[in-house]
Design a protein around this ligand. Structure first.
Ligand SMILES: Cc1cc2nc3c(=O)[nH]c(=O)nc-3n(C[C@H](O)[C@H](O)[C@H](O)COP(=O)(O)OP(=O)(O)OC[C@H]3O[C@@H](n4cnc5c(N)ncnc54)[C@H](O)[C@@H]3O)c2cc1C
Length: 334
């Protein structure tokens, strides 16, 4: 059985950030992912807050405001929503490269079958470490092993289509026809990511919901679909990010720790930040501090989003409820 100081499961933003921090602090780090290469296939709408540090090469364009459409009401413009649209594959690849440069052993095409705490791969090989960082996404095997499992998910579908005129805002579509989620149009130069997320019970309707959004925006979008993606987003709120299996300490980060926002689904910034903290904690042994820091930084915001999401799901999805359930309206923050 192979051993390391720290095993990192998953090489998305959380795992790559964790691997880099632990390796920088002198740990022998082995980081694994089932993907064949970093960041591909992309399963993301690619919007991050302006404050997140991003390598220039991974930025596709800036956005300044958010435009929210509630049913067929006139659009509501919120001026202060600065962000950046990423090339998510390049963003993930840069984080993985930084981890490699810091000394972490990076291994793709490694499917993790089980964690007991031995990590068993699909080829039958096993690895062991005193600290395992579970950064393996919404359906984390590390989380399952310690009984910290995302309780609610949203299912998504997204197409990329040509954008006929420059756009510098993120457009959000709220409607009773998009239950448990919302539609989005995010610009990336001459392309837009157009998608929707819904409660899993309505997953079968996603194709027609996105097709309807597409045709409603045909004056500014090309009809040809350039790419199609989707995936699950955890929306059940923050999980206990620390556990123990025999003598192994398990830390969860990013989506595996339930840090995506239950209303917006945004999770990239939290994945990078929590991954860094997890890597630092793995190296220092200050595991309690990791849990406390996540509590301090994320608990209140995630609880508010969770409360709004629950209210919305219990409502008849009328316009006032849709507005109260969305971050662009003052009602959300009251
Ligand atoms: C359609 C869509 C749009 C989104 N849009 C945005 C957005 O615009 N902005 C934003 O901030 N967030 C967005 N998100 C959420 C965001 O993508 C996640 O919050 C973020 O990727 C979390 O990073 P992570 O490292 O925790 O997990 P991930 O990026 O999911 O990385 C987990 C890694 O673990 C690997 N893995 C999982 N299981 C195994 C296994 N058994 N064996 C080996 N490897 C495994 C996966 O291959 C993956 O590489 C979106 C999500 C979706 C699905």
């Amino acid at each position: 059985m192979e051993t390391a100081d720290v095993l990192v499961l998953g090489l998305g933003p959380a795992g790559a950030s964790a691997a880099a921090e632990a390796a920088r602090r002198g740990c022998k780090v082995v980081a694994l992912d089932r993907k064949r290469e970093a960041g591909r296939p992309v399963q993301c709408a690619e919007l991050v807050p302006a404050l997140l540090e991003v390598e220039a090469g991974a930025v596709r364009q800036r956005v300044g405001s958010m435009v929210t459409f509630v049913e067929d009401d006139a659009p509501h413009v919120s001026a202060a929503f600065p962000g950046r649209m990423l090339d998510r594959a390049a963003f993930d690849a840069a984080l993985v490269e930084a981890a490699r440069r810091a000394g972490a052993q990076i291994r793709f095409s490694c499917f993790i079958r089980r964690m007991t705490p031995e990590v068993e791969l699909a080829d039958g090989s096993t690895l062991r470490a005193p600290v395992i960082i579970g950064a393996d996404g919404p359906r984390s095997r590390a989380g399952r092993a310690i009984g910290s499992v995302n309780s609610a998910l949203v299912e998504t579908r997204q197409i990329s289509v040509g954008l006929l005129q420059p756009h510098a805002a993120t457009d959000i579509f709220l409607s009773a026809d998009i239950p448990g989620g919302y539609g989005w149009l995010f610009p990336k130069g001459d392309v837009a990511n157009l998608g929707a997320g819904v409660n899993p019970a309505h997953k079968g309707r996603l194709k027609s919901i996105v097709a309807r959004l597409h045709s409603s925006q045909r004056d500014r979008l090309s009809s040809q679909i350039l790419a199609l993606t989707g995936g699950a987003i955890p929306v059940g709120g923050m999980l206990r990010p620390r556990g123990r299996l025999e003598s192994t300490t398990v830390l969860l980060a990013g989506d595996a720790a339930g840090l995506a926002n239950p209303v917006t689904g945004a999770g990239i910034a939290a994945a990078v930040h929590s991954g860094r903290l997890a890597g630092q904690a793995a190296a220092s042994g200050e595991f309690g501090q990791y849990e406390e820091e996540l509590e301090d930084v994320y608990r209140a915001a995630l609880e508010r989003a969770l409360a709004r999401r629950r209210e919305l799901l219990q409502s008849k999805l009328e316009k006032a409820a849709l507005r109260r359930g969305w971050i662009a309206y003052p009602e959300y923050w009251q």
